[in-house]
Design a protein around this ligand. Structure first.
Ligand SMILES: Nc1ncnc2c1ncn2[C@@H]1O[C@H](COP(=O)(O)OP(=O)(O)OP(=O)(O)O)[C@@H](O)[C@H]1O
Length: 341
């Protein structure tokens, strides 16, 4: 049955309370010689305190761009073209940069893609953590106190405080990634964005590092946006899953329901393309290619690849809305008159 719910502009997790983060109609463009690329094209979602939201989609679908926008770290030739990012109800897109510096790391923090390769090779680990703490603290704090905090952050990710005296080249990949997690959570933010935090590590280390991240998440009660490709890892790690396609959200649903009964044909194909045994493994791809962001097709962006496409799909953009409680999808199949389930 297709619900006739009025069209809310966002989604929410089951449960009560106010979202810690509300993203409304976010638009990000990159201006290139070949024209403007709409990398994020009207994305809205909520993140509840302590919630774990997964963000998946093919390469180029706009996941990292969302992450950077949430931190207000989009660089030229990109720009945030519209929308709101409400952190505890305050639109961070309107903050002066000076205030935003204090929000970063202290309230919303990120483990960027490839973070471990961006550690400063000539600075000791503890100094790099201290620098972050110092940069984002609202007032001056004694060096000794900052160092204590840096050591506590290292211990919180399972590293000895002696690691603080080392340089990045003395650490394994897993240790470096733990350092990046320590840096990201050192100020105990309320929101953590983790962009493929384990993708460069081998499978065993991946599991250990992800285990540490999830343990910390629970201890700190921090809400997490976990970006990745591995649907199996998502199934084990997150409460809800957001599926991106060509800069838009195709579906956002609780993790169990999305696996049991995906509403969007793209979600269905993503899940179907996984190895069947326990549905673990990395996304292997589905037939066809995502559209060029320079020349988007009319109607639903997915219709040229969609096995269930109807005439209307080539003509009209499907609205993104809550078709069942806490299940958001942008697909004509679920619109009035086209109900399939
Ligand atoms: N600096 C940039 N200049 C121009 N275009 C860019 C830039 N950064 C990203 N894009 C474009 O924006 C779109 C979204 O890229 P983004 O990196 O957000 O995707 P993604 O889903 O994170 O991909 P991946 O899974 O490979 O990390 C892509 O088409 C990409 O080519």
């Amino acid at each position: 049955m297709t619900s006739t719910s009025t069209a809310p502009r966002t989604d929410r997790a089951a449960g009560t309370g106010e979202p810690v983060l509300s993203v409304r109609d976010l638009r990000v463009e990159y201006h290139t010689d070949a024209g403007a690329v709409r990398a994020v094209n009207g994305v809205s979602f909520d993140l509840m305190p302590g919630e774990k939201l997964g963000l998946v989609g093919e390469s180029g679908s706009g996941k990292s761009t969302i992450a950077l926008a949430l931190m207000r770290m989009i660089k030229e030739p990109g720009r945030i073209a519209g929308g709101q990012i409400l952190l505890h109800g305050r639109d961070i897109l309107r903050l002066p940069e000076k205030e935003m510096r204090q929000v970063r790391a202290a309230e919303i923090s990120m483990i960027p893609q490839g973070a471990m390769n961006s550690l400063n090779p000539v600075a000791r680990i503890e100094d790099q953590i201290v620098d972050t703490l110092e940069d984002h603290s609202p007032k001056r704090v004694a060096k000794k106190e900052l160092l204590e905090k840096a050591h506590a952050a290292l211990e919180s990710v399972g590293l000895r405080r002696e690691v603080g005296r080392m340089y990045p080249h003395q650490l394994s990949g897993g240790m470096k990634q733990r350092v990046c997690i320590a840096i990201a959570v050192a100020m105990e933010p309320k929101v953590l964005i983790a962009d493929e935090p384990t993708s460069a590590l081998d499978v065993v280390v991946q599991r250990q590092v992800m285990g540490t991240l999830l343990r910390l998440q629970e201890e700190l009660g921090v809400a997490v946006v976990l970006i990745g490709h591995d649907m199996g890892l998502m199934a084990q790690s997150v409460d809800r899953l957001a599926v991106m396609y060509a800069g838009k959200l195709a579906e956002v649903s609780p993790i169990r329901e999305i696996f049991d009964d995906p509403l969007h044909p793209y979600t269905d194909l993503l899940i179907d393309s996984l190895p069947k045994l326990e549905r673990r493994g990395t996304f292997r791809g589905i037939p066809g290619l995502p559209p060029s962001l320079h020349s988007l097709p009319p109607g639903c962006l997915f219709h040229p690849r969609c096995p269930k496409a109807m005439d209307i799909c080539a003509e009209q953009v499907p609205p993104y809305r809550e078709h069942r409680p806490n299940r958001f999808v942008a697909c004509h199949l679920h619109e009035e008159g086209h109900a399939t389930a």
